[in-house]
Design a protein around this ligand. Structure first.
Ligand SMILES: [Zn+2]
Length: 248
């Protein structure tokens, strides 16, 4: 008997990931998407275009082939499907990917400032420096551009698409979504460091890596994902549509 998740489970997981992102500052009207690798290898599951993260249901999730063809479900694919297809084809270890346009991450990347480990969140990523994709600030609508994004991401879990957004990757939805949430959180916190008229400080690389080991182990990441899911029950839908409590 197969342990592979059912189609219904996969659809539900994509919808859940969208709601978590909506509740944590990743709403950009109808743009941004999460993709999950199809357990049968046919492509990836993502929401159909034209809906916000907080609107996604299992029924509005579609199967998109690695060539962009809609293989199952109703609706059109987002034009930036190549981001997910290219990353998953380049990275057998990746089961889920996120592409969003979160405001603080876009602002930091546009400033040319590197992300620094000024907070707990940022130690999930740095060191090394978060990769920056600069080939274009326009939409990633071809396999060639998708491959260039995947090349920029390399073996990392997150990258900035400068003047555009972010891409994150993980073994599954929790890892990919947590990276998106914490990357935006880290950029927001670094932005606040400019508010006091004094240079910010941060731990050196060794100390930042020690923090990563202490903070972002599998136990804490699992607990954080469970919290993010539970949190959804406490957020009124109208508030989630505006980006959740953190973006008020
Ligand atoms: Zn985009």
């Amino acid at each position: 008997m197969s342990n592979a998740p059912s189609e219904r489970d996969v659809r539900e997981s994509v919808a859940l990931a969208g709601r978590v992102l909506a509740a944590n500052g990743h709403n950009d009207y109808i743009w941004g998407h999460v993709a999950v690798r199809d357990p049968a290898g046919r492509g990836l599951w993502m929401k159909a275009s034209g809906q916000g993260f907080d609107e996604v249901t299992a029924e509005s999730v579609i199967l998109v082939g690695f060539d962009g063809m809609v293989l199952k479900g109703t609706g059109r694919s987002h034009v930036e499907w190549p981001i997910h297809a290219s990353v998953m084809q380049a990275r057998p270890d990746v089961g889920a990917t996120v592409h969003t346009h979160p405001p603080h991450a876009i602002a930091l990347a546009a400033s040319d400032a590197p992300l620094r480990p000024v907070s707990h969140s940022s130690t999930l990523f740095v060191p090394p420096a978060v990769p920056r994709f600069t080939q274009t600030a326009n939409l990633i609508v071809t396999a060639e551009l998708g491959d260039a994004v995947a090349s920029s991401l390399g073996d990392e879990g997150a990258a900035f698409l400068v003047n555009h957004g972010i891409v994150t990757a993980g073994a599954g939805i929790p890892a990919a979504v947590i990276r998106a949430v914490l990357l935006e959180d880290a950029c927001h916190q670094q932005a606040l460091c400019g508010a006091f008229g004094r240079p910010a400080t941060w731990p050196d690389d060794d100390a930042a890596l020690q923090k990563r080991a202490a903070l972002w182990n599998e136990t804490h990441l699992g607990q954080l994902w469970d919290f993010l899911v539970r949190q959804l029950d406490r957020i009124p839908s109208a508030e989630m549509a505006l980006g959740g409590p953190s973006s008020a």
